[in-house]
Design a protein around this ligand. Sequence first.
Ligand code: R2B
Ligand code: URA
Length: 291
Amino acid sequence: MQINQLLNNLHEKYLYLLELELTPEVINSFAGVHYVLMQGSSNRAKDLARKLAERFMGICPTYFEPQDMIPTSRYKIYRVGNILSVSHGMGNTSIIALLHDLSKILYYAGNMKVEYIRIGTSGGIGVTPGTVIITKKAYMPNLANYLPLPSLDININVPTDFNLELATNIYKAQPRGLEFEVALGNSIAADDFYLGQGRFDGAITPKYDLLFREQYFKKIQELGIRNFEMESTALAAFCNQVQIPATMLAVTLVDRTQGDQVTATSKQLAEFSDRSQQVAINYLNNKTNII
Ligand code: R2B
Ligand code: URA
């Protein structure tokens, strides 16, 4: 991790976005973290904490109530051994705000070597729904492979490649005989679920037509883009700036070349979401430094 060196003279006492007092006890509670797994939903983050405790500590999920480490209702952070299970909300703006404060506290607590993995859902492009895509490169909807990171009135174009070694290691860690497909691919982060992802079923009438969208979908498939979601460019750009290895594992809920609406039942959606969590756990299973 290569964090802003100006922080060293700041002696910060409070992280506003996490509503967290930086007492020595609080800082110490973030020491010794190696892996940060993040998801949009706070329920999913808690659910994952339970699964991690069961897998790596043998704690029965029925008797384990994960404790949130931060007082804010905006985000959640649960700790299981040296893994954090975190919720980041929806969209680039939400995740980047979290990434600043989370990375600062991890730095203050002395963690110089951490990996960030976003575990999410997405809309697939030409892939069977239920496939988990491990992202190599994140793209903007205009197909730029960088994020114009706003700094006052200028934008700094930061590359949005993820860490290829981490993505490949996660792919290779998957056991044979999984009941679903896992593939390496690229992703687009849109700022809007509807128009940003070329849907026709939002509240605003789109300016594009079916033919235009078909050509766009064809073009993005040629770039190896396999899914749409809403946070990967911020995660990749942030992690490139602070030199934290990162990638994203996102299950596809729908094949967007076949339709717009997510028609999976809540049971199917829960099963699909479990898949991307499972891919992360399969990766951690191979590690000797868990807990
Ligand atoms: C995937 O799913 C959410 C929208 O439904 C969004 O957070 C994302 O990236
Ligand atoms: N999340 C998205 O951002 N898009 C989809 O189509 C499904 C989930």
